[in-house]
Design a protein around this ligand. Structure first.
Ligand SMILES: [Zn+2]
Length: 507
């Protein structure tokens, strides 16, 4: 039910195709999830819930293991570690664009923090794109009803890896279409020598109902493929309406893809308000825009995925990946996308150390590099570990922000759902008990999913995420510390459960 009906690279999805399974549960998410009860003995509660399960099949975990999960959950809810780490990543280090000095400092920082906790840390090399944003500005210089001698500012931002306009900018008439249907109905030569605008509206109501990823999926193909489509018809530049829901005249950047066989033209996202302005005026008569973008694509850079292992006691060679991506776009500070996923993953090892828990299998925290610009870090991991797929027991990625999690997406065997049920009961104390099948769970672990490694992601409340995603407003204040802790609790409990079950998860 990808409603656009167009083939489209899944790497443009932050949480991959879970959109198509977006659950109504998110819409019903309480503003504040119930606090984990500290009054009731976690062990007693777990035993009660376990006995409630008898008759529905045997739990994969002992009552003692379920009690350990409850301890992890409760400790996560009280721990400031993840938020403090997020503060450092976002405020002290800042935006972490692939190839940038900040991205590399973040690699060294996360590695050092994980070493401090006693994890075995390795940096695994990856070649990543090194695109840098230059100046970006645009003004209307001619339009119907214009006061003589005036211009109007248009708010936009370059898409990665856009090429530049001439340094002095380019000037051309704007042709606006709402969607592919209007685009394909354009007369021949309609956009030749012109600036093409795709003004496809993000479905804010769909997002508000809890289906943020689905709304994103309907829209992002214009950002991803618009420049190639426009250039094929002779456009000199392509603009897309920002993919996202906020109404604060914020442009949302993101990745696009040039067609190999057509000219590369400058590509930018305009704020939703300015996309409407351009469309409305262009419907009245000729509109001319002066556009200046000066990004540069430098040679690919050497970077790293950070791999931090908490070694297993019985099967150290068997690993459970817990991950987020460390790179971010450059407009904001990458708090929700995806500093939150990285620090919630780091928290898993912090809790294991604090509580002195040593599961059978290795828990491997991975901070992926360059998810935003094509998941080159994940590709390098898949190449380096190609012969170890059988020993990858499971993989988890959190890359949909840090709002309240209602449960867990799982990709793989249908048997995973019932298998996870005892764990869902542990997570019900924080309102995260929903188990939902999905074809994929995260862009960076998609390769593992394809190799039949059971994979998982928290089901985050997606109602607000795309208001800030890829904008200058993706900053620390957008992360609620309690919700971040809930996400950390889901990751820690799930990682422990996968790493300590007597038998590996069904695959
Ligand atoms: Zn992301």
């Amino acid at each position: 039910m990808v409603r656009s009906g167009m083939a489209f690279p899944s790497r443009f999805f932050p949480g991959a195709a879970v959109a198509v399974f977006a659950v109504a549960a998110a819409a019903a998410a309480p503003d504040r999830a119930p606090q984990a009860s500290s009054a009731q003995s976690p062990a007693r509660g777990a035993l009660d819930r376990l006995s409630a399960l008898s008759g529905e099949g045997k739990s994969a975990w002992t009552p003692e293991q379920l009690a350990t999960m409850a301890r992890l959950r409760d400790a996560a809810m009280k721990d400031p570690y993840a938020y403090n780490e997020l503060r450092h990543l976002t405020e002290n280090i800042g935006p972490r664009l692939s190839g940038s000095p900040q991205a590399q400092l973040a690699v060294e920082y996360v590695a050092a923090e994980m070493r401090t906790l006693g994890a075995e840390v390795t940096l695994e090399k990856a070649r990543v794109p090194h695109w840098v944003r230059g100046e970006e500005s645009a003004e209307l210089i001619h339009w119907p009803g214009q006061a003589p001698g005036t211009t109007q500012k248009i708010v936009l931002t370059a898409l990665g890896p856009s090429v530049a306009t001439p340094a002095e900018g380019l000037t051309a008439e704007v042709v606006a279409v709402d969607d592919w249907k209007q685009f394909h109905a354009l007369p021949p030569d309609a956009v030749k020598g012109k600036i093409l605008l795709f003004n496809h509206k993000f479905d804010k109501e769909l997002a508000a109902e809890g289906h943020g990823l689905e709304a994103y999926g309907d829209d992002v193909i214009y950002r991803a493929l618009g420049a190639g489509a426009g250039a094929a018809l002779g456009a000199v530049a392509v603009l897309v309406r920002s993919v996202g829901g906020a109404d604060f005249r914020l442009p949302h950047t993101g990745q696009m893809e040039y067609s190999p066989d057509v000219a590369r033209v400058p590509a930018a996202a305009v704020s939703a308000e300015d996309a409407d302005l351009l469309s409305d005026l262009a419907a009245q008569g000729p509109v001319t825009l002066h556009l200046t973008l000066t990004p540069r694509t430098l040679p690919d850079a050497e970077s790293d995925n950070v791999i931090a292992d908490w070694p297993g006691t019985e099967h150290p060679e068997q690993v459970v990946v817990v991950s987020g991506h460390l790179d971010s776009w450059d407009l904001g500070t990458g708090a929700i996308d995806d500093g939150a996923g990285v620090v919630a993953s780091m928290e898993a090892i912090h809790l294991l150390r604090e509580l002195d828990i040593h599961p059978r299998r290795t828990i491997r925290v991975v901070a992926w590099m360059s998810e935003e610009e094509g998941s080159q870090g994940a590709a390098a991991y898949m190449a380096d570990h190609a012969n170890e797929m059988a020993s990858h027991i499971a993989a988890i990625e959190s890359d949909l922000g840090a709002d309240h999690p209602t449960g867990i997406y799982y990709a793989g065997k249908a048997a995973l759902g019932p298998w996870l049920q005892p764990l869902a009961q542990v997570l019900s104390a924080i309102g995260a008990e929903t188990l939902t099948a999905a074809p994929e769970t995260g862009a960076d672990i998609e390769g593992l999913t394809e190799k039949a490694v059971p994979s998982f992601a928290p089901i985050q409340d997606s109602r607000f995420y795309f208001n800030y995603h890829h904008t200058a407003a993706d900053t620390l204040d957008k992360v609620n510390p309690q919700h971040l802790n809930e996400n950390a609790a889901v990751l820690a409990v799930l990682a422990y459960a996968l790493a300590d079950s007597p038998e590996p998860a069904p695959r």
